[in-house]
Design a protein around this ligand. Sequence first.
Ligand code: SAH
Length: 468
Amino acid sequence: MLSIVGIGPGSLDLLTERARARISSADVIIGNVRYIELIKDVIPASTEVVIGRMGTEVERAKKAVELGQYKDVVLVSGGDAGIYGMAGLAIEVAADSDTKLEIVPGITSASASAALLGAPISNDFAVVSLSDLLVPWSEIERKLEGLAKMDIAVVVYNPKSKNRTVQLEKTHGIFMRFRERKTMVGIVRNAEREGCEIEITRLEDLPAFYHRIDMSTTVIIGCSATKNLGGRMVTRRGYERKYDYETGNGNADDIAADGYVDAGNRVWEKSRAIVRDIISKYPGSLSETEKRVAGRVVFANAEPSFLDLLVFNHQPVETGIQCIKEGKTIVTDIEMVKAGINKKYREKVKCFVNAPESMEIAKREGLTRTAAGIRLAKEKGLIQGSIVVIGNAPSACQEICAIALEEGDGGVKPALIVATPVGFVNAAEMKAKILSMGNIPCIVIRGPRGGTPSAVAIINEIIDIAHQ
Ligand code: SAH
């Protein structure tokens, strides 16, 4: 009889009774030196022990199957024998023999580590091994990409060894592409063994812990429902949506309200993941911050083709970030653009389209009201060094060009122009004019497409980056 026994993570009180019984009554125990060491206190002195080296698993399994024909043999595996353990191999090797086989389950590293962290895998989760000794890396990478796109917790086994270090870095890169940078990550080294270390961090900070991750470490990457609750990593299952914890009662109104918030968050997460995927595959060359702005435009329009229409001239994103940090004014062409700009910055946003003076300028000069609003902003000294965001009116583009060109180099110049007017008439031409203006940093959506949502997406992303 051959028993393939999972011995759990290490601590003997996590050895199951059945495992203990098999170990006590075995004639022969076979295992690698680390596992034999962990269970030495429960191995009777008279039992024959065969120690195998790492990398000799096939040999060990064959020996166990052979001896198992006439002796009670225990083949020891760490954690659970069926999870990256010896069970599968033993079954394969025993296929043509008449040795009786039994698998004794054990506590796997995922459960042992999860319990130490809190409850990070309490909803759907997946397990991946980064070891490419038996599986080609390309296959592992494909699985990682698929999982990173799904909003579920992922347990990473075999994250890193002395010779295999890039796999963890690549895994981190993949998850950074598809998941929020603030996603919770748990790291457990030597779970339930001497030298146990537990760490809860964020995805973006994982590299700071690489030096503490080795072959006795399990890494758990959370999902959008994974929170840090009082120092414990918990993936919420949704009880919070259904029940009022204080009364214990389900409350239909609470379900609705909380449910929507949570559902909303999930939709947002998923959309962001899709956008990150689109951006990561875009062949054009964009800086990291330009990618963020471009991603926001794609997100706002649910339309990847905007990537081919966006033009970034003269490092406009960096200029915009600097302006926001310095609290510079934003001038918009219409109220709707102003209303869409992040509340954090709205008091710095000016729009004069409805100002009585703009009416007069419009009448007097034969301008549109939006163009007159831009002219009034200039007269009030608000254009020089500011950000001009035009989301709607081609005539406002024309006016800003006239202002910037007319005054010559020493004259009135905005620090940044964002121009995304939409329409079949004049929009493409006026935006082309802005692009041809030379050295003023600008972000433009070429052609007839664009509109207020795009203008707002661009400036809000710049504001977000500036506030980070
Ligand atoms: N059969 C084992 C897994 C073998 S693969 C099980 O079910 O747990 C080996 C990997 O398991 C290690 O690289 C590490 O990721 C994880 N592991 C094993 N023991 C661990 C421990 N005590 N603490 C944390 N992770 C451990």
